[in-house]
Design a protein around this ligand. Structure first.
Ligand SMILES: [Zn+2]
Ligand SMILES: [Zn+2]
Ligand SMILES: [Zn+2]
Length: 105
């Protein structure tokens, strides 16, 4: 089932969090609506800690959740490879769970 949540990338403001000087820059994740649609059941994105921002430092949306801050997690079984952190030893998304931290998706 799909549900509507607040866009994590812009904190629901609908504005680009990295381009505050331009009033016409809309959040690319939610298209300026401040809301995003995700499939349930969902969990906080472990890769970006639910912030929707890429933890690797680039001023872009999280590559795992796409900036939504949550991921669709069908089976909440922690990934054995990354121990549920979603990260590989090099800081990139875990290759097994693709950064979600859980198996079965
Ligand atoms: Zn947004
Ligand atoms: Zn994320
Ligand atoms: Zn993993």
């Amino acid at each position: 089932m799909a549900t509507v949540i607040k866009c994590a990338f812009c904190s629901g403001t609908g504005e680009d969090p990295f381009d505050l000087l331009s009033p016409i820059s809309h959040c690319l994740v939610c298209n300026g609506t401040g809301q995003v649609v995700v499939e349930e059941p969902l969990k906080n994105c472990v890769f970006c800690s639910g912030t929707g921002k890429n933890p690797l430092g680039a001023r872009v949306a999280c590559i795992v959740c796409g900036g939504k801050g949550s991921n669709h997690i069908e089976t909440p079984t922690p990934c054995t490879q990354c121990k549920g952190t979603g990260k590989s030893s090099d800081g990139l998304p875990c290759t097994r769970c693709r950064g979600k931290g859980y198996h079965g998706n």
